[in-house]
Ligand binder design. Sequence first.
Ligand SMILES: Cc1cc2nc3c(=O)[nH]c(=O)nc-3n(C[C@H](O)[C@H](O)[C@H](O)COP(=O)(O)O)c2cc1C
Length: 187
Amino acid sequence: MSSTNVLALVGSLRQGSTNRQLAEAAEHVAPADVVVNVFTGLEDIPFYNEDVDVEGTVPAAALKLRAAAAEANAVLVISPEYNGTMPAVLKNAIDWLSRPFGASALSGKPTAVIGTAFGQYGGVWAHDDARKSLTIAGATVVEDAKLSVPNSVVRFAELHPRDDAEVADAVGGILNTLANASSAEAA
Ligand SMILES: Cc1cc2nc3c(=O)[nH]c(=O)nc-3n(C[C@H](O)[C@H](O)[C@H](O)COP(=O)(O)O)c2cc1C
């Protein structure tokens, strides 16, 4: 069986990010036929600007993101919530990925949104907004692959998410769901 290449986009840039740790947990628990590639360099991508999104002037960092999405069979977005929605760095990535219009690298790609935030709802507003935006950008959002973990900085203060059995289990299940959705897409 061919393996599923899952592109992971993390919506927090900070060094000790609990969402980055969730991405590490995804790499750790990935089933044998799933490879998780955590994208590095979202912070290098300029704010989306149609004037520079023209052949020959697209920033290298944006091209790198588009190429990574094109190579992936599925996308896993892992994000905190900032002021009731997704962080700007993630929205910027979605905007770049949504173009060229009609030929987005996200088009039809099975995509799941998960994450952890400090609030008691675990960032569900951010995750719902990301799902809406990704859907409009052309991705096939897998609605039953959801995880919003509350109390991020407390829950993961001492315990890495990969060692949190409940979280690790849920992340593994989401990767399985994405792999199945990706096989169904390819069939
Ligand atoms: C600018 C900013 C806005 C935030 N807004 C929210 C919010 O609306 N809801 C929430 O649950 N947590 C909010 N938080 C707390 C983050 O969810 C928490 O710090 C989280 O752990 C950040 O993710 P990270 O650990 O991956 O960096 C906010 C944090 C920052 C820095």
